[in-house]
Design a protein around this ligand. Structure first.
Ligand code: BJW
Length: 240
């Protein structure tokens, strides 16, 4: 294998060609909402109905979205690598389920999942693919009004950080796809892997904010560059 354990970080750009808006492509407006007014716990505490309405809109869009060529190619890479004794771990900042729909099985959702709700009081997480409202009650503790999207907002701790750091520690190739490199801790993963000596590469429409931290880059739409890269990787692995 050219790299036994591949760690792939994905961001909103990989889902853009599935029709889902990226986070920073409209002057800081996201589906017309100022970002900090919908993606922080302060915004939720100030006006829970508004934040729930924003996530209800996005949940409805995401339920109809289908994986694109980039998601499918990554699932093919994982299957090929697994069959040859390697591993491909996808750590996604996205809250959609397009990697899973495409067939990827090792997916970490560090910023949560939009089709789940979490009780603000007892922390219970449940599947919730319909609208959330302040009138909903928690099935576990019974409290009304505390059901929020299972999403990591600014100022909150990302999920599964131990699993992420474990996978980063054993990675011998780090690949970042469709993320602006503007949000931490995800934007810092590349530097950690590089310090440990593994090669790093980004695929994006344009150089990301931390582009200088990568050894290699392929620029273009994810639906074009990711399948090309996967084809190259599978060919290269056959030569070894
Ligand atoms: C294409 C394409 C195509 C388009 N093909 N490409 C000062 C300095 C450093 C850090 C901080 C600071 N002040 C505060 C912080 C921390 C803060 C932070 O990073 N703030 C920054 C704004 C500076 N971070 C946090 O608060 C995080 N928590 C934290 O740090 O806790 C402490 C802790 C750390 C470690 C261990 C333990 C504790 C939490 C961050 C939560 C982020 N949440 C959001 C919203 C929730 C998810 C949702 O609702 O969907 O997550 S914000 C938003 O940004 C969303 C995304 O997941 C995330 C990243 O965005 P992403 O994916 O990169 O999207 P875009 O739009 O930015 O970029 C898209 C890219 O795609 C672009 O480059 C395009 O060119 C490209 N593209 N079309 C290929 N077709």
């Amino acid at each position: 294998m050219i790299a036994d354990n591949i760690f792939i970080l994905t961001g909103a750009g990989i889902s853009a060609e599935s029709g889902l808006a990226t986070f920073r492509d409209a002057d800081g407006l996201w589906e017309g909402y100022p970002v900090m007014e919908v993606a922080s716990i302060q915004a939720y505490d100030r006006n829970p109905a508004r934040v729930l309405e924003f996530y209800n809109l996005r949940r409805a869009q995401q339920l109809n979205a289908k994986p694109n060529r980039a998601h499918v190619a990554l699932a093919q890479l994982e299957a090929h690598w697994r069959a040859h004794g390697g591993s491909v771990t996808i750590c996604t900042q996205n809250v959609d389920s397009l990697h899973e729909q495409a067939g990827s099985t090792r997916v970490i959702h560090m910023h949560g999942e939009i089709n789940k709700a979490r009780c603000h009081d007892c922390g219970d997480v449940t599947l919730a693919d319909g609208d959330l409202s302040p009138a909903l009650g928690c099935a576990a503790c019974g409290r009304i009004g505390g059901m929020r999207p299972h999403i990591v907002w600014f100022g909150e701790t990302p999920l599964e950080m131990d699993a992420i750091y474990d996978a980063l520690a054993t990675a011998d190739l780090f690949v970042s796809i469709g993320t602006s490199g503007a949000v931490y801790p995800a934007a810092g993963f590349v530097s950690a892997v590089r310090r440990a000596g593994a090669p790093t590469m980004e695929m994006n429409l344009e150089p990301s904010e931390n582009a200088e931290a990568f050894d290699l880059a392929r620029y273009g739409k994810a639906g074009d560059v990711v399948p090309e890269w996967v084809t190259d990787m599978i060919k290269l692995s056959a030569l070894r």
